[in-house]
Design a binder for this molecule. Sequence first.
Ligand SMILES: Nc1ncnc2c1ncn2[C@@H]1O[C@H](COP(=O)(O)OP(=O)(O)O)[C@@H](O)[C@H]1O
Ligand SMILES: [Mg+2]
Ligand SMILES: [Zn+2]
Length: 468
Amino acid sequence: MQQYPYIVTISSEKGGVGKTTLASNLAIYLKAMREDLAVTILSFDNHFTIDRMFELKGQKLRGTVHEMLLGAPASDLVHTGQYCVGYIPSSTELGDIHERFKGPMTLTRIMAESGIGGIVIIDTRPDLNILTQNALYAADQVLIPVKDMPSLENCKNIFALFEQRGMDKKSLALIPCLVDERIKFDGVFKDQKTLLRAFAANRGYRCLDTFVSKSPKVESLNTNPDGKIYPILTHARGTEVHGQFSEIARDVLRNLDATPEPRSFLYGRWLAEKEDKKKQAYLARLEGLAEYCLICGEPLAERPDGRGFYYETSDRARRGFLHTDCFADMLCATLYGMTSTSQAYGAARLVIAEKAGKLVTLLCPTMANGSFRIDFRQFDSSGEQLFQKDLTLSGFSEGEFDGVNDRLYLLLNEALSGYEGKPREGVWLAVHPVDAKHPESVLGDEHYRALHHVQARIGETVRPFGRQ
Ligand SMILES: Nc1ncnc2c1ncn2[C@@H]1O[C@H](COP(=O)(O)OP(=O)(O)O)[C@@H](O)[C@H]1O
Ligand SMILES: [Mg+2]
Ligand SMILES: [Zn+2]
């Protein structure tokens, strides 16, 4: 079964508030507290702290977050690292990715399609660029470290962003970080964390119950002769921060357990439903197609690669494919009175067929002085009219063929006749060129929408018989 990750994003527009420390150590605590939980971490920052912390010596890398954002399957990029935490390597090349990253939901989609399960922790840059926004929208839980008033002031942009998008702000939580417990105040707000909490509450921001103390021990973990970054879990056991991180990890696990359907799952389901609707619509379109070429009467299955045109009546009642040859021959006769017995037929037909292969052809029955005529027009693929001709249809109403327009009569009869063989009132027929290699692709969502755009434009200009 496809897996979907629960996503925790660490974000703050301020640098140096403890984002990366929180992200990387949280990953380690989560894994330590629940061994069977897959924990993956990635960072959109370019300082490689995550990499220094998690990469195994001599590990060969298969790609970075850059490749992930360019569309490589995310699960292929997860490297199992130190402490059994999976990480996607960082990249210095994310600066130019912004242009390709137009939508705010791109990362949610990447995660929904990744097949990565468990928890994904995303460390972000100290800004609110489109990548950070993507990380915020993808998150089931956003942790916003704040260490002082300026960083607290700054979070209003994150809250405003959620407000603007109509997203649930319940997933956002502040966490006082780098709290110096030696600082005490007189009065109600007796220390830093109480003060920050009070200000946060005043602005309507939710805070985690826990906070992270400032600790010289923790600060020293990334300054050592080995150039390594040591985890709090193993190298700062005796500190308060150790207990605080356990508390934060427990909180995240509680939220994880209370979320059977994470955002990536919901988004994935929505995508699948959308895709399914498209498929159903496509199958329904395929369903109503005529099984034979209306001009020669031959079953299309017998010569499937000869299908070069698709026709549809304005009431959508008759739809299907025509052989390229049959339609080209019909045009030769209709436009120039040429049949295959004419001289120079081959050359003329080639030219006509090539032109028709690019144009949309309209056949609209009209009535003048009691006799049927055809308003014949050709349009370019945007619906711009390029050609018009008025054709008489002698013998058509009487059910006689005239030797030249036989193919046209057959087509009109088959496509436009209704009750008791009479032409359906107000109905016209348009013939569209299709890719003979994949004729059915014309029924694909986008293609079909474009075709109907042209049909609609044509519909605005015609006056078929029977329509007032
Ligand atoms: N609890 C802590 N006590 C002391 N120093 C800390 C603590 N958490 C982080 N630091 C230090 O603060 C600095 C900034 O932390 P970092 O996690 O890189 O913040 P950010 O990712 O927000 O820029 C680093 O030098 C880090 O070692
Ligand atoms: Mg950082
Ligand atoms: Zn045919």
